[in-house]
Design a protein around this ligand. Structure first.
Ligand code: DHB
Ligand code: FE
Length: 280
């Protein structure tokens, strides 16, 4: 049987990708940030997942205001890196798992979560930066990746509660797939994140810390957080953190916090990262 064994959450700031691609990771500004991911790279090299379900948001790269899917599941065999204005990142093409992705689509849609099925999609920094942070610069990504793009760009985004419950439906879907696959689920974006306006650069360490604490211990409480609290406390792009609740919902109620890292600044944001493992 396929099994989700762990969850990873991480910020996906595009400047991190640029720092990697341009060989700047050892510069004084960036070195402490990348040091925080050394343990995570070791962890995932040991875990060797077969498939990653990667929850992220597209930043007007594959989608635009013409079509705004709330939840879009990548069912294709391949997802090329998107051109975000400076050419595509020099990273490998993402290889999907159409069989598992279609199984998830069937299970989740019949469970009354109306996903959009996507068969042709490029993937932007929201997806590629987390892979770079966890795997470095390999010639090929070491496992298959199923993208799940969530609309957190154009109002109205889904509620945290909807995301948490979608995670639970994904967990059920994966558990009913009849091939032996080790699956890890990623939630990306956040943390404190205000990219524009008078509050640009807002950092709320207290809110972020409480979010990380509750992600492990009390996700039900986090799922009740209304949109306005994210915006007020963590900035307008702090809303990206609802995606972390999809990851959390896909894990057991009782999880082990394996690793945590929090760093300011990463571009205009607080960079947050956590690894949670099922205790089974
Ligand atoms: C920045 C961060 C993001 O997560 C993003 O999607 C775009 C920009 C930034 O900090 O610049
Ligand atoms: Fe983002």
């Amino acid at each position: 049987m396929a099994d989700i064994i762990a969850g990873v959450a991480t910020s996906h700031v595009p400047a991190i990708g640029a720092a990697i691609d341009l060989g700047k990771t050892q510069e004084p500004y960036w070195a402490p940030l990348f040091k925080g991911y050394e343990a995570s790279k070791k962890w995932i090299a040991e875990v060797q997942p077969d498939v990653i379900i990667l929850v992220y948001n597209d930043h007007a790269s594959a989608f635009s205001l013409e079509v705004i899917p709330t939840f879009a599941l990548g069912c294709a065999a391949e997802f090329p890196p998107a051109d975000e204005g400076w050419g595509p990142r020099p990273v490998p093409v993402v290889k999907g798992n159409p069989e598992l992705a279609w199984h998830i689509a069937q299970s989740v849609i019949l469970d009354e979560f109306d996903l959009t099925i996507v068969n042709n999609m490029t993937v932007d920094h929201g997806l590629t930066v987390p892979l770079s942070l966890m795997f470095g610069q390999p010639k090929e990504w070491p496992c298959q990746v199923i993208p799940l793009a969530v609309n957190v760009v154009q109002y109205p985004p889904p509620t945290g509660n909807r995301c948490y419950n979608l995670g639970k439906a994904i967990r059920k879907a994966v558990a009913s797939f009849d091939k032996d696959l080790k699956v890890v689920i990623f939630g990306t974006g956040g943390m404190s994140h205000q990219l524009q306006g008078p509050r640009a650069g807002l950092i709320n360490r207290e809110f972020d810390t409480r979010f990380l604490d509750n992600l492990t211990k009390d996700p039900q409480a986090l799922a009740k957080l209304p949109h306005i609290d994210y915006v007020r406390e963590a900035g307008s792009e702090g809303i990206e953190m609802v995606m972390w609740l999809i990851m959390r919902g896909a894990l057991d109620d009782d999880v082990r916090e394996t690793y945590r890292f929090y760093h300011v600044p990463g571009s205009n944001t607080a960079v947050g990262h956590i690894i949670l493992e099922n205790k089974r």
